[in-house]
Design a protein around this ligand. Structure first.
Ligand SMILES: [Cu+2]
Length: 209
């Protein structure tokens, strides 16, 4: 049913699907409205005829919108359930948002202010806030979730391409909210392993990371 198996393409498809239906309805209603304004204008003196009780019409404008909204629901639900179910073998990173920076704690015991992840591995981010409401947002991966004090949320993704992608706070959280940016850096497996080794060595030597 979906054009591809990747999450980003599914989200984009759902967005396009809903936008296309909305645009088509807008166009239909606008064109008909303008058409009828001219067709039945006062000067031409053409009188509109009221129709009462047309069963085929009633069925048409009940069934078609139901199919359209069920279609929108289907794509939304499929994306939502995928986003809610991280694979069991996901690598877990604890994310802490605070005014106005992000901290990433790795299972190996070190922490960073930039998120480094291996390519092609599911990563589950456990989202915590040290103070107020924030929102963790990676536009390139089409994922965003509120980061709240006293409640842990999560997000997951599987980065397919190596590279550097923006991470933003998407919930106004005070004066320097707009500076609450960082990056997620996707490395190949071997690059990630050597980066991790370095971090572990540095943190066990007690050096600042
Ligand atoms: Cu914030």
């Amino acid at each position: 049913m979906f054009p591809s198996s990747t999450y980003i393409e599914k989200v984009d498809f759902a967005f396009l699907f809903i936008t296309a239906i909305s645009a088509a309805l807008l166009l239909l209603v606008t064109v008909l409205m303008i058409y009828f304004v001219f067709k039945y204008n006062h000067k031409k003196n053409k009188k509109a005829v009221n129709i009462h009780g047309s069963v085929p019409l009633e069925i048409f404008w009940t069934v078609v919108p139901i199919i359209l909204v069920l279609g929108m629901f289907y794509f939304g639900w499929m994306g939502y359930s995928e986003a809610s179910n991280p694979p069991a073998n996901s690598m877990e990173v604890k994310v802490t948002g605070q005014m106005w920076k992000w901290t990433f704690d790795y299972p190996e015991g070190f922490s960073t202010d930039t998120l480094y992840v291996p390519q092609g591995v599911p990563v589950k981010l456990n989202l915590n806030s040290a103070d107020v409401n924030h929102s963790f947002y990676i536009p390139a991966f089409r994922i965003k979730r509120d980061v709240l004090p006293n409640r842990e949320n999560f997000l997951w993704f599987n980065a397919e391409k190596t590279g550097s992608f923006d991470v933003a706070c998407a919930e106004y959280c005070g004066l320097r909210h707009s500076y609450m940016y960082t990056k997620v850096i996707v490395l190949t497996d071997s690059d990630y392993e050597s980066w991790k080794k370095q971090k572990i060595e540095k943190s066990s030597a007690g050096q600042a990371i």
